[in-house]
Write a new protein. Structure first.
Length: 441
């Protein structure tokens, strides 16, 4: 378990790190809020001990930024403060902290609070893993369920193959949730999104000074996943030089950080996924044959949505309920016309396209009935379809602006835009910020 200590007083940091190390925790440190946000996003600690009074951005603002970050929002924060005023404590909770410890702190009390909140986070992870398992298995998928049952309890490498948007990451989460490693981390890496010159650093970490900009030692994704599962999405996009190093880790369970000489051993279960034909890439010399066979120990093929038409009503209901919760909407039913059109649509973007169409339909439906049959346009299988993802934000933005202009940019009240679109005013304001919508002067 890793704890990030954030304090601009070196003596305080040394004391806290010593106490935490003796209790068996790995520690990281930061002397400012800005550095803490950077380290937390890269290292994903299990908990943050955060001083309130610091130069630069203070602890309250640091906590707010951590909670707003996609990578750091779930990390519990405990404030360290010399302030005993109730107002300051309430302010800390308002910023997103889960607890506080008053300075000078009692070591046993501090360690007890750290243990409690790390244990609580592990329980939350278990619940989230079970939810992910349920999400990935909506519909009639007997073969997929049986394959998960067969391989989840092993450490065998799994290769998930399927078109974009078929739910490969959800299946990986289901495998992790059903495995003996479910209480340890599931670390996901989108190989296609990694800069070519930083792939090895991201996967295996680097030592301080290994290259320009490497100002401190950094753990890679394999180290972060130690004891758990590493999900390599779009593994077919890895450059050949990184493939060779990945093969060694899979075979030997050891590697060196970039710029390092010490071999590190890890206990990681690897799940890989791709929408590419890896065998064709092997023939073309773009993917190593030995790595392919090492990854392809237990292959799983996900069917496209057009081959699961019987599952579309159940998937639509499930995705609509998720979107309604996220948007703060009340949903009673999906119109039969929408389901009829959905059942015959080709869905080139698969489940991801269905999810986006449902969200758009929910936004544009005024009441508690999801109705958006007119959103479907005929798709020719002979020509590539325009991705729904690319147009969703633009259509949502245009729709909300049109409603706002029709009500004179009034958000609240009986005639306000929030009531017209069926959202809470605060939710609508959040959508305006996200979409960059502002009233022109």
């Amino acid at each position: 378990m890793t704890v990030l200590v954030v304090d601009d007083e070196p003596l305080n940091v040394d004391l806290l790190q010593q106490e935490l190390a003796e209790a068996g925790y790995r520690t990281l440190s930061a002397a400012s809020g800005e550095k803490a946000i950077e380290i937390a996003a890269k290292e994903r600690p299990d908990l943050v001990l955060l001083d309130v009074m610091m130069a630069g951005i203070d602890g309250y603002e640091t906590c707010r930024r951590l909670k707003a970050g996609e990578a750091t929002g779930a990390i519990p924060v405990i404030f360290l403060t010399a302030l005993s005023d109730s107002f300051e404590k309430v302010r800390g909770f308002g910023a997103g902290a889960v607890d506080y410890v008053t300075k000078p702190f009692d070591t046993e009390e501090l360690l007890a609070r750290v243990r409690t909140h790390i244990a609580l986070r592990r329980e939350i992870r278990k619940v989230e893993s079970k939810a992910a398992d349920a999400d990935s298995l909506v519909g009639e998928l007997p073969r997929l369920r049986e394959q998960i049952r067969q391989v989840a309890g092993t450490d065998s490498t799994v290769l998930i193959q399927g078109e974009t948007g078929t739910g490969k990451e959800l299946v990986a989460r289901a495998l992790h949730a059903a495995s003996p490693r479910r209480e340890r981390p599931l670390v996901s890496v989108n190989c296609a999104a990694l800069p070519r010159d930083l792939v090895e650093s991201e996967l295996f970490g680097h030592e301080r000074g290994a290259f320009t900009g490497a100002l401190q030692q950094r753990r890679g994704r394999f180290e972060l996943a130690d004891g758990g599962t590493l999900f390599l999405d779009e593994v077919g996009e890895l450059p050949l030089e990184a493939q060779a190093k990945l093969l060694r880790v899979l075979q030997e369970r050891e590697f060196e950080r970039v710029g390092g000489t010490k071999s590190l051993r890890v206990d990681v279960r690897v799940i890989a996924a791709t929408n590419r034909d890896l065998q064709a890439q092997v023939k073309d010399g773009r993917f190593r044959s030995d790595l392919f066979y090492r990854l392809n120990v237990f292959p799983m093929a996900l069917p496209p949505l057009r081959e699961r038409r019987g599952d579309i009503p159940a998937l639509a209901r499930h995705l609509a309920e998720k979107a309604a919760r996220r948007l703060g909407r009340r949903l009673e039913a999906i119109s039969p016309a929408f389901l009829e059109r959905a059942a015959v649509h080709d869905w080139p973007g698969n489940i991801r396209e269905l999810e986006n169409v449902i969200e758009r339909a929910l936004i544009m439906s005024g009441g508690e009935l999801l109705d958006g049959a007119d959103l479907f346009t005929p798709v020719s299988s002979a020509s590539p379809a325009r991705p729904v993802e690319g147009s969703l934000a633009d259509m949502e933005r245009a729709y909300i602006v049109r409603i706002l202009e029709s009500v004179g940019w009034q958000i609240e009240g009986e005639k306000g835009a929030a009531r017209v679109v069926g959202l809470n005013p605060s939710t609508l304001r959040g959508r305006l910020r996200k979409l960059g919508i502002r009233k022109s002067s």
